[in-house]
Design a protein around this ligand. Structure first.
Ligand code: FES
Ligand code: FE2
Length: 389
């Protein structure tokens, strides 16, 4: 018996899991139906590793990030030893949110409502007028902990506590992230977008460059859409490389001329390419010769996703007197907006989701790998057999 009621059958989804030349895309209703959306939030975003930020946001005591994961707000804060810890961002008194900003730094965690205070380890340290309460043990009234892992600078949380080893989730991608020293980088810029498209549409769009000549003329001058290769490896991710054109040194305005040093230790080949990875379910990591871009996706509705995009640089680059990230930021801001336009067109074109599922071209193998990860989870929920990967 199926465990959930989806607007598609296991047979519809199995057709996505075959080899690329035979596969059909995920059913249209997977991008439009509210019950699928709610199931995904519950089972992908609230029951597995999701990326909430970068470790450089948690370097000092009291630095915090917060993320809205479906209905739950999560707080990650650096403790005394700058060790990050994650909690449900809700006061144990009446439930008010402790912090209301996406990031910042505080001297202590104090609820803005009636001033209950918590240590950075989550323990309740002050709760006015509770002295005479019966059966009130402050040591049992700390912030509720959430599973947390930091892998190569990516801050990951798991609300279910059952997601398994984070290293397995990131898998073979870790070696690429380490090579670009992701854990050492710091943020130089950030932009948040509100995109009227399903979160999976955004990842599928990110995972192919077949659309680049028509949609991204400037990007296409810096990197040929057929260059590079799809990379394979263990872990819940997809992606690959693209090569820089001869005239370009990075992806940036002014023809990709680079005024920043490449990231230390990169090979000749790395300095001539860009690596693009999508980590299930919500992180896009783009590794450039001189910076890394991190997108985080937060689904808000079947047809709406908040996307936050950050540009990360080496310390020595950020602290240089002439540091100016605007060439990289303006370049990708334009490319992002070009992408959002076609993602939104796709969403509107999908209508009520009843169109027959489309077919993949042979340029879409990375996105196909992502869709297969999704399809396997649907099949599992439908109680159907999971085809071998
Ligand atoms: S809700 Fe936090 S102190 Fe009252
Ligand atoms: Fe694009």
């Amino acid at each position: 018996m199926p465990e959930v009621a989806f607007p598609f059958t296991a047979a519809d989804v199995e057709r996505t899991c075959t080899r690329l030349s035979e596969a059909t895309m995920l059913p249209g209703s997977a991008f439009t139906d509210r019950s699928v959306f709610e199931w995904e939030v519950e089972n992908f975003f609230r029951a597995g590793w999701v990326c909430v930020g970068h470790s450089s946001q948690l370097r000092e005591r009291g630095q915090y990030i917060s993320a809205q994961v479906g209905p739950t707000s999560v707080l990650v804060v650096a403790d005394d030893d700058a060790l990050p810890r994650a909690f449900i961002n809700s006061c144990r008194h009446r439930g008010a949110k402790i912090v209301d900003e996406p990031e910042g730094q505080v001297r202590r965690l104090r609820c803005p409502y009636h001033a209950w205070s918590y240590g950075f380890d989550g323990s309740l340290t002050n709760a006015p007028f509770t002295d005479d309460l019966v059966d009130f043990d402050p040591s049992c009234m700390g912030l509720l902990p959430v599973e947390l892992a930091v892998v190569e600078g990516l801050v990951l949380i798991d609300l279910s506590g059952e997601a398994g080893a984070p290293a397995e989730h990131i898998g073979d991608l870790a070696k690429h992230l380490a090579r670009y020293r992701l854990a050492e980088l710091r943020r130089g810029a950030g932009v948040v977008y509100d995109v009227n498209a399903n979160w999976k549409t955004i990842i599928e769009n990110y995972s192919e460059c077949l659309h680049c000549p028509g949609i991204h003329p400037e990007l296409s001058r810096l990197s040929h859409y057929l260059s590079g290769e799809t990379l394979k490896g263990d872990g819940d991710w997809c992606g690959g490389s693209m090569e820089l054109a001869e005239s370009a040194e990075t992806m940036a305005k002014a023809g990709g001329r680079n005024h920043r040093e490449p990231i230390e230790g990169l090979s000749e080949a790395d300095v001539r390419s860009v690596l693009y990875f999508a980590i299930f379910p919500n992180a896009l990591v783009s590794l450039h010769p001189d910076y890394v871009m991190l997108h985080k996706l937060w689904p808000k509705a079947p047809n709406r996703t908040e996307v936050s995009c950050e540009w990360l640089f080496e310390d020595r680059t950020l602290t240089a007197a002439d540091f100016d990230p605007s060439d990289a930021v303006e370049f990708w801001d334009q490319v992002n907006r070009e992408d959002w336009r076609v993602c939104e067109l796709t969403q509107r074109g999908l209508g009520d989701g009843s169109l027959p599922a489309g077919r993949y071209t042979k340029q879409e193998d990375a996105g196909h790998k992502f869709d297969v990860i999704v399809a396997h989870r649907y099949l599992e929920a439908l109680g159907a057999e999971i085809p071998a990967r």
